[in-house]
Write a protein that binds this ligand. Sequence first.
Ligand SMILES: *[C@@H]1O[C@H](CO)[C@@H](O)[C@H](O)[C@H]1NC(C)=O
Length: 159
Amino acid sequence: MWTSALLLLCSHLISAGPLHAQCKVDWYFGIRCEDVYEALVSQIKAWRTMSSCTTGGQRCLYKLKSASVHFIEAEHTRPFRRHVDNIHIRLAAFRFFTCCHVSAMSISQTWYAIKDHGTNYCNLYNLMEGSGLTEARGYREVTSDFLCTQRSSANCTIY
Ligand SMILES: *[C@@H]1O[C@H](CO)[C@@H](O)[C@H](O)[C@H]1NC(C)=O
């Protein structure tokens, strides 16, 4: 039993992608961190209830846990499945405060949630897209399938 579990874990490590379903993304903006912060926090609050998911998708049931200038902690619950993912966002200004670097992570609370259809990526990307930050000046995203489970096959309209 333990042997086969270990084999499963090890083969997954070799086959690429993080062990836990999780996602790490770096975003860069040519706007101030204050503006990025405001946009993200208000989007998390706007998608608090189930009402924004009545036509499907996962753009709802976000919960703001704590927010300060440099850190945002939140949770996302998957509608219907009630599966919870933790979201950590760190904001750091650079180039004399005119630019902002956002490092974001989404991690499934359930350790065996190895395949997530890109949900952890979408947890983060949907906030960026919904708040309009993907259209912000200097927008750039850095991530990969290794940093984000099933990133390349993610369809954030559904997940
Ligand atoms: C994502 O899913 C939506 C809804 O089912 C679909 O309309 C869209 O074509 C899909 N996008 C991609 C890139 O597969």
